[in-house]
Design a protein around this ligand. Sequence first.
Ligand code: G6P
Length: 467
Amino acid sequence: MVSDILVASNRGPVSYALREADGGLEARRGGGGLVSGLSAIGPDAGAVWVCAALGEGDREAVRRGVSEPGVRMLDIDALAGEGTHAAAYNGIANSVLWFVHHMLYQTPLEPVFDAEFRRRWEAYRAYNRAFAEALAAEAAPGAAVLIQDYHLALAPGMLRELRPDLRIGHFSHTPWAPPDYFGMLPDDIARELLNGMLGADRLGFLTRRWAEAFTACCARAVGGTGTTEVGVHGLGADAGFLRARSREADVEERMATLREQIGGADRKTVIRVDRTELSKNIVRGLLAYRELLAGWPEWRERVVHIAFAYPSRQDLEVYRRYTAEVSRLAEEINAEYGTETWTPVLLHVKDDFARSLAAYRLADVALVNPIRDGMNLVAKEVPVVSDEGCALVLSREAGAHEELGADAVTVNPYDVTGTARALHEALSMPPADRADRTKRLAAAATALPPQRWFLDQLEALRGGTAG
Ligand code: G6P
């Protein structure tokens, strides 16, 4: 297949599960900004999405030649050697690059860039090369290729060498580290990474802050960004989809169940919805909620914290430990403050989108307190679907804060006491004020729908072709 528009990302729009009963494959469509964004050009545009096979079901689909239209899944281990995907994805992308950009290292002990790191870096190169080769094979002359995220930082440069005729874009969905922090990477690796990205014609970031950090890293390590254009494309919530989906029957059912679990009609609700991700700062969020109950005792019995923390990246030990710490702390708060008729924290870990929407609709306060976050779509989705208005407690380190800060209660994510105070303030907000703010938040959150986000990038990338 030869295409004019290609997208590349580690996680694709579909995944396969093996049915135990008959060994058949079941395809599951995923969501997210990129899926909605791509819908702007419709299936007739013939776009091809190149992605990695992530589990055994995916790998089996590739072996059997099963695929969805417009999706080209790569079995990286079959192409580049067993263990390559895990070493590149877990070993480099998630435990090095993610940590650098979110500034997650506990620096007295980590990072350690040793021989093992170098072996993984080889795998990261091989993984990127497999993508570059697949893209080179699928792209029509002069095609536009939109490569996503830190997993694929080297692919633009590799693809440029194979196919100088292509228009190559790369988009970062994460923050970008400031130069002093990025400078922890070994110099040769830092240069290879930046030069790999600069192989693109155009680089996109979610906010000006991340774009400037990238440019500053380039100025320091490779003497500038050369001829590569750097653009900012904020990603907003998909209002039409969210409003319709959140009114469906399964969401209503879950609202009823949540109301039962909350108990007491006049109890207020503080919600959070996250992957159990180190950067999301769930532990400090729980500590802040505990300080709220300790320091403002009037809220005891009168508030419930609904925390949805969906397991993520469980191959990494530090994520497993963090997940356990979240549960432990929730139990501790319930043991300390709970009564026969009141459970202060309701922690749910099973991913359920309909239930997330139900929580968005009934929440009085949403807590979004990441240590660092490229954008954060929860902060944008809540005001869009909220029934009666929801106060937003928002970290100043989330990209979304640039657009939503004016109507949110801003927190420093490290300041637990400050976050407790912000929760109190948000819970005490007069309903009319809360409703007004929610309206303005919803308008800001939907100003750049995913379809616009995608088309803008495509146009900007093609604009450079000069006819
Ligand atoms: C972030 C990244 C994405 C990634 C997602 C989920 O949003 O920017 O590239 O797909 O997290 O992480 P996972 O490791 O489960 O794909």
